[in-house]
Ligand binder design. Sequence first.
Ligand code: ZN
Length: 132
Amino acid sequence: MPIKIKCRKCGFILYTYDMFSDPQGLAMPIQVVDSYILCPRCGRELDANVKPDDIVIKPLILEPGRYTIYVYTNQTGAGYAVVVTMQRRKYRRGKAVKVIVKEKTLFSEISNYIRDLVKKKGIDSLPKEIVF
Ligand SMILES: [Zn+2]
């Protein structure tokens, strides 16, 4: 689900973050504000005091088409994690899977499906292509 931080005055989207496609890329709100100082659209002075109203969460929906989705496994303090993302990450070992989306689908449904497959049979058993 992408998280968006918007200008409180005019609603301009200052920052979008998708925790599924970029689980380690979250900038802190103060960094977002630091990178702008003034809203590029209305000129309002920004402060680091991000309120819940500034944050918009929307599910990521994939339109019909072909996608490459990357699957990584990761040992964490809590155990075994499966990361499903739309962005290639260079520093981890993983697998690319072609996903054909036939009708509008929530990315979270696809990532949950892939996670279940990996947890049951391991990452090496993933098919090269999945039709959704
Ligand atoms: Zn603004």
